[in-house]
Design a protein around this ligand. Structure first.
Ligand SMILES: Nc1ncnc2c1ncn2[C@@H]1O[C@H](COP(=O)(O)OP(=O)(O)OP(=O)(O)O)[C@@H](O)[C@H]1O
Ligand SMILES: [Mg+2]
Length: 234
């Protein structure tokens, strides 16, 4: 069977006037359906660039990206928008919540525009924010905003969840609780998770760890006995 996600020789060059910055150089990688996959590597290595291309937020300069049997790199803007809306849940490095909407309204907005949403209130409950539903992002801590962003991504019941440092702003206990939620959702619904992290503990949860360095894949290692998030506390 074909892999769920395949990057083949994907390059990304950013142009700023005369200067060019190569963020990715012929990156090839595979992620299987339902896999919990971690991307690691130093700052500036190209991790977010990979995630943005996979999520249809950015376009590659060359190469092909296939997701669920479809070459998303051939999509026009309209199909790419529908792919982003219906198939992908995205948790950004800097949350990207809408400032003049409450926590609940941020999650509801995502639910309204997709095909098979879960309940926004139940999702906020799952990230333990029922009591802050009516707060605006500016009234929430960084960790609380991150949890709203995770609820917003999961409310779409996405087939693919992409997370850029999802626990960076969370204390250890809350981080473990969120990872446990992501891991369980992945196991129960077959959701594929690709998650960027600097935390070595999190790489122990992953079924595959992809190391990126200087815009290239340094290694791609399968973990045959990943740990359970809830066991990280012990
Ligand atoms: N819009 C852009 N214009 C120009 N260069 C960019 C742009 N976005 C990223 N880059 C460059 O591409 C390279 C990879 O950036 P990327 O954001 O993917 O790194 P990263 O691995 O996510 O780093 P970090 O861990 O700091 O988030 C960097 O050298 C960065 O400066
Ligand atoms: Mg990044």
């Amino acid at each position: 069977m074909a892999p769920y996600i395949e990057f083949r020789d994907v390059s990304k060059v950013y142009r700023q006037g005369e200067t060019k910055a190569t963020a990715l150089k012929e990156v090839s990688l595979i992620v299987e359906q339902g896999e919990f996959c971690a991307i690691v590597g130093p700052s500036g290595a190209g991790k977010t660039t990979i995630l943005n291309i996979l999520g249809g937020i950015d376009r590659r300069s060359s190469g092909t990206v296939t997701v669920d049997g479809e070459e998303i790199t051939r999509y026009n803007e309209r199909r790419l928008a529908s792919y982003r809306r219906n198939s992908v849940g995205f948790v950004f490095q800097f949350y990207n919540l809408i400032p003049n909407l409450t926590a609940l309204e941020n999650v509801e907005l995502a639910a309204e525009v997709c095909k098979r949403p879960a309940s926004p209130r139940a999702m906020l409950d799952a990230v333990e924010l029922s009591h802050r539903m009516n707060s605006f992002p500016s009234q929430l801590s960084g960790g609380e905003q991150q949890r709203v962003a995770i609820a917003r991504a999961l409310v779409k019941n996405p087939k693919l969840l992409l997370c850029d440092e999802p626990t960076g702003a969370l204390d250890e206990a809350t981080g473990i609780q969120i990872l446990s939620l992501l891991q369980k959702t992945s196991e129960d619904s077959g959701m594929t998770v690709v998650l960027i992290t600097h935390n070595n503990d999190i790489t122990e949860l992953a079924q595959k760890v992809i190391t990126v360095r200087n815009g290239q894949i340094d290694s791609l290692v399968k973990n045959l006995s990943p740990r359970k998030a809830e066991d990280l506390a012990t």
